[in-house]
Design a protein. Structure first.
Length: 264
């Protein structure tokens, strides 16, 4: 049932959007959440997305940053939006001042050392996960490798932690893709039990395609964009039996938006 709350400002930020008890998994419990138009777009063709959330449903993002051990984005989001990924709830709503481990999937370590993430490394930890070093490089590749190692040193000097993991077997040299299973294993070994995946669309699609999303929370705006940037790209689904199936937990109006919580 969809219903209108009469106490959104005081009730929503204090309530959790996670299960009361996390299931026992051999990896972090993964929550995907994003704001989208009614026709499934997260931005217009020009990248304009501020704001698809209502003032009330903007709190969803903040609640998940407070309650999850880590928040994850792809490097494309960092380069496009320069986010801080910090929880900005008030002391009354976040009395322990919890801040998540901020994780960036960045195969080539392209995150700028003067990004907002790096500038706020003292306010909450930042971990950038890139690809393992490659052997048997050509002279051009070796020069690129040296540039990358310099970027890594600059990131570490800015107070950021660095980790490396394996890439997917179908990765192209021009588009390296980190193995999500390896990423989740790495985070699990760092004590991460719950992970909020915030975007962008390529990362959201990868988690769905690899069947490693446990809960999805959609922030649905009553807007239609038409051709824009879709939230979810091709999952390789040809028959409904191959679709990623979730079950509705709740659907509530937060301001003019509907927040739809679903779980496997």
């Amino acid at each position: 049932m969809v219903y209108q709350s009469t106490d959104l400002e005081t009730r929503k930020p204090k309530s959790s959007l996670l299960p009361s008890k996390l299931p026992a998994l051999n990896r972090p419990y993964v929550v995907l959440s994003w704001a989208q138009s009614a026709d499934g777009q997260i931005a217009t063709r020009t990248g304009d997305s501020k704001y698809l959330s209502s003032p009330e449903s903007l709190q969803v993002q903040q609640i998940l940053r407070r309650d999850c051990d880590a928040v994850l984005v792809g490097v494309g989001t960092v380069l496009a939006d320069d986010p801080r990924l910090l929880c900005r709830l008030s002391p009354a709503e976040n009395p322990e001042n919890r801040q998540p481990l901020r994780v960036v999937l960045d195969a080539r370590f392209q995150t700028p050392s003067d990004s907002s993430l790096c500038k706020t490394s003292g306010e909450g930890p930042v971990l950038i996960i890139g690809a393992m070093k490659q052997n048997d490089l050509s002279p051009d590749d070796k020069a690129a490798q040296q540039d990358k190692e310099k970027r890594i040193r600059n990131l570490m000097a800015a107070g950021v932690s660095i980790a490396r993991t394996v890439i997917e077997q179908d990765s192209l040299p021009s588009r390296l893709k980190l193995s999500l299973h390896a990423v989740l294993d790495l985070l699990s070994h760092r004590g991460i039990r719950s992970l909020f995946v915030e975007g962008g669309s390529a990362v959201i699609t990868s988690f769905l395609k690899n069947n490693v999303a446990d809960r999805v929370i959609l922030d649905l705006s009553p807007r239609f964009i038409g051709q824009g940037i879709p939230a979810v790209r091709d999952l390789g689904v040809l028959a409904l039996t191959e679709s990623r199936r979730f079950h509705t937990i709740s659907a509530e109006t937060w301001g003019e938006n509907v927040v739809w919580v679903m779980e496997k």
